[in-house]
Write a protein that binds this ligand. Structure first.
Ligand code: FAD
Length: 436
C-alpha cells in the first residue's frame, strides 16, 4: 500500500514579494522590488549571488552594446559597471565580451541586494509550491532551518528552469516541442598559472578558429572526453583564465540524476581540455593548473514558461517593437545544438544599432495572477531563447519583473496581468531603462 507523508509547517507571511533564484535576473528583480517599496525576500540555493555569472563560471558578459551604444541600461548596466570597476585589465570604455571577475560580482550583488532593503537567504531551495484558484498560495523552502512555508503576495520565478512556475502548475515547454532536445550544457572552469603575455598577444585559442588547440585535441584522438570544438576563454585576473569550453551532451537540467551524471562528465572533459592545452598551446598553458570546475552546471535550456505573449524568432528577424516593451535585446540567436549551428545560420546577427523589444507579457505566466518569471525561463520559442537567455537581457527582465511586482502589490486586487504598463515603463525609464 502506498504510504503518504504529511506534516504541518510554520507559515511566514511577512513578505510582499518572494524571488526564487539569485542569478542575474533574480538579483535585479529583488533589488527593483525592494527599491520600489515592496518587502522582498530573495532565496538562493547556493551560497552566493550571481548564478551562472559567478558559481556557474561563465567568464564573460555578452555584449552590452548594439555596436553603437549600451542598450541594457538601468540595473543591468549598474551591476556591470560596478563589477568592472576594480579589474585593472578592463577599461571603462569596454562594453562587449567583457570578462566577469566572479568574486567582485558576488560582493557587488550582496551589497546592492541588501542595500536596496531586500532580505536574503542562502542555502535555501524552493522545494514545493501550493497553488489555488489561479494564484500561488505557498512555497515550501528547505534550508538549515528545515522546511518552512512562505506566503507572499507576488512570486517571481528566477530559477532559470522555471521551477516555481512549473511546480505551481503553469504551462511550459521543456526544450524542443517535438523531440525534447535541449541545447548542450557546459561545465565552465578556471585555469591558473597561464602565461598572460602569450595568452593576450599570441594566437587566439577560440574554437571557431581552424587552428584552435581544441581542434588539435579532437583530431589527435587522445582526449576522449572532448566532444567538439566549443572553446571561449577570458582573462579573469593575473594568470587566471576562465573557460566556457566543451559540451555536456544529452543533459536535462530539470532532472537530478541527469545533472549528476553531467557534473561527472563535465569534470572529465575539463581535465582533458587542460591537458590538451598543455600539449597543443604550451606557450600559454604549458604550466597551467586546473583550479576549479564550476559548482553550477551550465544549463542553456530547460523550461520556457508560457506567458501572455510568446516571443519568437520571427520577432527577432523583424526587429519588432512592442507597446509594452520593458527593454531591448540585440544578442544573436546562439543555440548550442547537437550537430551544428543550423538555426543560428537562419537568423543572421544584427547590424549596428539594431535590436528587438522585450514585451512585458513574456514575464506573465498564463493563468496565474500573482506570478512573474524573468531570466532564462521567460515566454519565448526555443530559437529566440538562444538570444534572450544571456545575462544582460536576463537582468533587464529581472528589473522589470521586480518593478511590476512592486506595482502589483500596491493594488487591492493583485494581478500581474493588469499592471499598467505605461506606469511600469515610466518607472523603469526613471531608473535608466532603455526601450522604444
Ligand atoms: C555554459 C553557459 C555559457 C554562457 N555564456 C554566456 C556568456 O558568455 N555571456 C552571457 O551574458 N551569458 C551567457 N550565458 C547565459 C547566462 O549565463 C544565463 O542564461 C543567465 O545567467 C540566466 O540568468 P538567470 O538569472 O535566469 O539564471 P541563472 O544564472 O541560472 O541563475 C539561477 C539561480 O537560481 C538558483 N536556483 C535554481 N533553482 C533553484 C531552486 N529550486 N531553489 C533555489 N534557488 C534556485 C541557482 O542556484 C542560480 O543561482 C551562458 C550560459 C551557459 C549555461
Amino acid at each position: 500500500m502506498e504510504r503518504v507523508f504529511q506534516r504541518k509547517l510554520q507559515v511566514n507571511q511577512e513578505y510582499d514579494v518572494l524571488v526564487a533564484g539569485g542569478g542575474p535576473s533574480g538579483c535585479a528583480a529583488a533589488i527593483a522590488a525592494a527599491r520600489d517599496g515592496a518587502k522582498t525576500l530573495l532565496i538562493e540555493g547556493t551560497g552566493a549571488l550571481g548564478g551562472m555569472a559567478t558559481l556557474g563560471g561563465v567568464p564573460a558578459w555578452c555584449p552590452f552594446s548594439d555596436k553603437e551604444k549600451v542598450i541594457y541600461k538601468g540595473l543591468a548596466e549598474k551591476i556591470f559597471r560596478l563589477t568592472c570597476a576594480d579589474a585593472k585589465h578592463i577599461a571603462s570604455t569596454d562594453t562587449d565580451w567583457v570578462p566577469i571577475v566572479p568574486e567582485t560580482l558576488k560582493r557587488v550583488l550582496d551589497a546592492l541586494v541588501t542595500e536596496a532593503g531586500a532580505d536574503l537567504l542562502f542555502g535555501t531551495h524552493l522545494s514545493a509550491v501550493e497553488s489555488a484558484d489561479g494564484n500561488v498560495d505557498y512555497v515550501v523552502l528547505t534550508n538549515k532551518d528545515g522546511l518552512t512555508a512562505y506566503k507572499a503576495k507576488v512570486y517571481i520565478d528566477c530559477t532559470g528552469d522555471g521551477d516555481l512556475a512549473a511546480r505551481a502548475g503553469a504551462a511550459f515547454v521543456n526544450g524542443d516541442e517535438e523531440n525534447g532536445d535541449m541545447q548542450m550544457a557546459t561545465l565552465c572552469f578556471t585555469v591558473a598559472n597561464v602565461d598572460m603575455y602569450n595568452f593576450i598577444y599570441g594566437e587566439s585559442i577560440y574554437g571557431g578558429n581552424q587552428n584552435s588547440p581544441i581542434r588539435a585535441m579532437l583530431s589527435s584522438g587522445r582526449y576522449p572526453h572532448v566532444t567538439d570544438a566549443h572553446m571561449c576563454a577570458s582573462l579573469l585576473g593575473p594568470g587566471v583564465v576562465g573557460f566556457n569550453a566543451g559540451h555536456v551532451q544529452g543533459l536535462d537540467g530539470t532532472d537530478a540524476l541527469s545533472l549528476t551524471k553531467g557534473y561527472i562528465a563535465g569534470r572529465k572533459e575539463a581535465r582533458d581540455i587542460v591537458d590538451g592545452l598543455r600539449e597543443f598551446a604550451p606557450e600559454s598553458f604549458g604550466n597551467a593548473f586546473l583550479t576549479a570546475t564550476a559548482s553550477l552546471m551550465g544549463v542553456r535550456e530547460t523550461r520556457r514558461i508560457i506567458g501572455d505573449y510568446v516571443l519568437t524568432a520571427e520577432d527577432y528577424a523583424a526587429r519588432r517593437s512592442f507597446p509594452d516593451e520593458i527593454g531591448r535585446c540585440c544578442y544573436f540567436i546562439d543555440m548550442h545544438s547537437k550537430g551544428g549551428s543550423g538555426e543560428n545560420d537562419k537568423y543572421p546577427e544584427y547590424g549596428a544599432g539594431e535590436s528587438y523589444g522585450i514585451p512585458y507579457r513574456v514575464l506573465t505566466p498564463k493563468g496565474f495572477g500573482n506570478l512573474l518569471t524573468a531570466g532564462r525561463a521567460v515566454s519565448c520559442d526555443r530559437r529566440v531563447l538562444g538570444s534572450i537567455r544571456v545575462m544582460p537581457p536576463a537582468m533587464v527582465t529581472g528589473e522589470a519583473a521586480g518593478a511590476a511586482a512592486a506595482l502589483a502589490v500596491q493594488s487591492a486586487n493583485i494581478d500581474v496581468h493588469t499592471v499598467d504598463t505605461s506606469v511600469l515603463r515610466e518607472n523603469l525609464r526613471k531608473h535608466g531603462a532603455y526601450f522604444i
